[in-house]
Write a protein that binds this ligand. Structure first.
Ligand code: GAR
Length: 192
């Protein structure tokens, strides 16, 4: 089974969807979550992961120099020997100190088309621009901000979505399906 390390900074709804997929969904028998890690020790997602019986770890990033924190986080994660590092609302830009040990094995989900919008607040961007549709993107992480090769994309229909909450609700429903499917494809391709 592919060993997944899931990284988050907040709520953890994508983490929970992936965990569920490994237990009873499209990742069953293919992947296991070996650790859920956060740069925010009080992230709600960490609590949810622990409640599900998942190993959890955290290291506070606040006030730390990026390269030093990233090297420590990478060293901590390496103890779990992950095949894939899966970013799920991990709200940090990763420096080479983090990327190099896991090069080509870090995956991210971004709630927009990464060619159209990078960085934070992608649902606000879609809502403010009154887009009729947006895209969810799963991509490999390289050293740029949301620039890595795209693994999977899915359109979200936003017609009639007249509040930001509704835009997010529709988007997250797509995220929760697409992330597990994209990881399944990657794992099967690489026979992890
Ligand atoms: C998700 O919408 C995810 O795509 C987004 O943060 C949210 C985390 O929610 N990620 C980014 O914006 C990365 N640039 P969650 O904690 O409930 O999974």
């Amino acid at each position: 089974k592919a060993r997944l390390a899931i990284l988050l900074s907040g709520r953890g709804s994508n983490m929970l969807a992936l965990l569920e997929a490994t237990k009873t969904g499209v990742l069953q028998g293919l992947a296991e979550v070996v650790v859920v890690f956060s740069n925010k020790p009080d992230a709600p997602g960490l609590t949810f992961a622990a409640e599900q019986g998942c190993p959890v770890a955290s290291l506070p990033s606040q006030g730390r120099k990026r390269e030093i924190f990233d090297a420590e986080a990478a060293a901590l994660l390496q103890q779990y020997q992950p095949d894939l590092v899966v970013l799920a609302g991990y709200m940090r830009i990763l420096s080479p100190a983090f990327i190099q040990p896991f090069a080509g094995r870090i995956i991210n989900i971004h709630p927009a088309d990464t060619h159209q919008h990078q960085g934070l607040h992608a649902y606000e961007w879609a809502f403010d621009n009154q887009l009729l549709e947006t895209k969810i993107t799963v991509h490999l992480v390289d050293e740029g901000l949301d620039t890595g090769p795209i693994l999977a994309q899915q359109t979200v229909d936003l017609r009639g979505a007249d509040t930001l909450a509704e835009v997010e609700r529709r988007g997250l429903a797509v995220e929760h399906e697409l992330y597990a499917e994209a990881l399944r494809g990657l794992i099967m391709n690489y026979k992890l």
